[in-house]
Design a protein around this ligand. Sequence first.
Ligand SMILES: [Zn+2]
Length: 140
Amino acid sequence: MKSNKQKREEIEARRLKKEERLRVQARQDAELRRRRDVENALARGEVSVDTTRLAPSGSYSIPDFIERGTYRPESFVCKDCGIAEVWTPLQQKWWYETARGDVFTKAVRCRACRGKERARKTAARRAHLDGLAKKRPPAS
Ligand SMILES: [Zn+2]
């Protein structure tokens, strides 16, 4: 004959086991759901994120595309000319994984204005360096 204490302990052990089983099941379900979401997203033309190639971030918050696991087309309005453009998944992958851009930055200029901005910066840098060269005393 089991004592009440023994019975209580058995019930408690069964309860803990069941909770653990449910936790494992929930984790597996979530993982399956995530994998299915990624597969569907890839089928829609999204591109998977390789988190090992991303620039490290000091932030505790996680950008949407990392949480989701895919880059999806993002429309935005160019801050210079006001034209609407789409930042494609492959452009995003290049920006975050090859150029290693900060994971919290996004495209803000259309392709044309990006080119103009790059030319403007290059010219400004050259003017700055030329200025420095003129100030420097001639080598003796
Ligand atoms: Zn523009």
